[in-house]
Design a protein around this ligand. Structure first.
Ligand code: GUN
Length: 297
């Protein structure tokens, strides 16, 4: 049996047309054009690629997007000054500082400097605390929010399900667990989080009705680690050597796709799965932030 393929690309395209309609209406309804600032420090090729994709998508959807690219030797004080300027700029409703930052910059300090009302990336401790306590107004981190949207829109609502999350990062695993246990749409799941200290990982992943993998290791999840019929979401994104291919490399996720698709009931590919959903969530949250700013004016 071959799994249903959950195409993040197709779901994201569906959401994009809904979002564009909202963005287009904003200047008339709220008197604002949503503005997103992305800040990139250094030369990391993957970060350049991700930020470029985020800006391209924002531009296509009628969002004013401002990319600020700084050299790797930018000082922490300069970066904090830039963030303060963006906090005060009424044209900017969302701020994203791409991680990782160079080693000489205190990442936590920079994230804390972002105005929580513009924290469309959901990394500020106030956003994290509000998500963990499911209280107040906040934006959740984009990748886990995209995973939930993808599950719900593909007919696999996590409510009442046993969900196993592999990975405990601040960007994916932890916030995803918080979102899944919320008493809210997209939540109400029973969640287990696995990490490098989990004994007999396969026994735990096999217990999952929904398995979300964000461990950052290429093709680590094999068919024997998946319960027949389970829904599997692959958050991983890697470029690995492949001497047999024309380019000498290929893209893959954390899940051994060809093997797992024969066991799973549904499976998201990588690329073409979670990535486009992450970008959409960022745009959506920037639009929401602009709507909130428009209402409070
Ligand atoms: N680096 C990897 N993923 C992300 C993300 O979602 N946001 C930011 N700011 N940096 C990242």
């Amino acid at each position: 049996m071959s799994a249903q393929i959950i195409s993040g690309r197709d779901i994201a395209a569906e959401i994009r047309s809904e979002l564009t309609a909202r963005t287009v209406a904003l200047p008339d309804e709220h008197g604002v054009v949503p503005g997103l600032a992305t800040v990139l420090v250094g030369d990391d090729p993957a970060s350049h690629m991700y930020v470029g994709m985020k800006n391209k998508a924002a531009g296509k959807m009628g969002i004013h997007s401002r990319q600020i690219t700084l050299p790797a030797d930018t000082s922490e004080a300069e970066l904090l000054g830039l963030v303060a300027g963006l906090n005060a700029d009424p044209q900017i409703h969302g701020i994203l500082v791409q991680l990782p930052l160079p080693d000489h910059i205190d990442e936590g300090g920079v994230i804390e400097a972002i105005d929580p009302s513009k924290d469309v990336d959901g990394f500020h401790p106030i956003s994290v605390g509000r998500l963990a306590t499911d209280s107040g107004v906040f934006f959740p981190p984009c990748t886990p929010a995209g995973v939930i949207e993808m599950l719900v829109r593909s007919g696999h609502d996590p409510a009442g399900k046993l969900v196993v999350v592999v990975g405990r990062s601040n960007i994916v695993g932890r916030p995803l667990a918080s979102l899944l246990i919320r008493k809210a749409p997209g939540g109400n799941a029973t969640v287990t989080v696995c990490h490098s200290w989990t004994p007999d990982l396969g026994a735990v992943t096999r217990s999952a009705e929904i398995l979300v993998v964000a461990i950052g290791r290429p093709e680590m999840i094999t068919a024997d680690m998946v319960q027949p019929g389970a829904v599997v979401i692959d958050v991983g994104s890697h470029r690995i050597d492949d001497p047999g291919s024309e380019k000498g490399y290929r893209l893959c996720g954390d899940v051994l796709f060809d093997e797992v698709k024969e066991v799973a009931g549904a499976l998201s590919p990588s690329p073409g799965g979670v990535g486009p959903m992450t970008i959409n969530t960022l745009i959506m949250q920037s639009v929401e932030s602009a709507e909130q700013a428009g209402r409070s004016d």
